[in-house]
Ligand binder design. Sequence first.
Ligand code: NDP
Length: 259
Amino acid sequence: MTNPDSAPAPTLPSSSPIAVVTGASSGIGAATARRLAAEGFHVVAAARRVDRLEKLASEIGATPFPLDVTDDTSVAALAEAVPECAVLVNNAGGALGLDPVAEADLGHWQRMFDVNVLGSVRVTKALLPAMLRYGRGHVVNITSIAGHLVYEGGAGYAAAKHAQHAVTETLRLELNGQPVRITEIAPGMVKTEEFSLIRFDGDAERAEATYRGVAAPLVAEDIADCVAFAVTRPAHVDVDLMVIKPIAQAAPHKVHRTV
Ligand code: NDP
């Protein structure tokens, strides 16, 4: 269904393969959009904050696209605008809170599931036909080390990322025999502008404490580098899973700090 209030669908160039990046308005998504554009993709940069997308798009020659991954109509409009798709990076997501299970804020849990899990499923489902029309495709899901390990206070986020991991693995089984590659990228601590700020509801001090004393957390470009590596392998090579942490981080809860 088309959103009657939405702007007319943009015309995408037919000369470059199309890469859709969700959550491209900041952090890992923005860095990935920049990197994939540099690799020769025409990027559809999608997120809710269109002003940020427009700025990025004018820098890298991308198409900005307003998208809420939790909204069926919004995702349907994206699918309508992207008739053929080579790469989909399901990056939109994040964490909310750091509460023990006994004090779980179920509203936070619901939102984490809606964006990280159902959001990536919704967009994947909508764009798979566009990949098959293109002749081949590649779904890259940005999960987290929290999709593989747990830590105290992180149950809601870890449960959502474990679910996203399970969906990614299932998709690879179900699409076996089809020309669609499935890659999971599971980052550890990445210092991005907004991730921790959103997690702690705008509390800058608490957000900054996440990275306190960590000599060199990952940066968004480190993850964009991994996405670029996976999608630029020869078409028969499927990179299943990349787990990337800063050297100071041995596990989600085991971080070497100098202060
Ligand atoms: P940011 O908070 O910087 O970016 C999150 C992006 O998701 C924003 O562009 C935001 O855009 C978008 N987004 C959020 N909700 C929606 C929605 N409903 N529809 C569409 N877009 C949405 O986080 P990061 O760049 O750090 O994280 C990106 C991904 O990497 C996430 O999935 C996160 O869980 C994962 N990750 C991050 C780690 C880290 O340490 N930073 C570690 C491991 C994984 P807008 O608000 O404009 O819609």
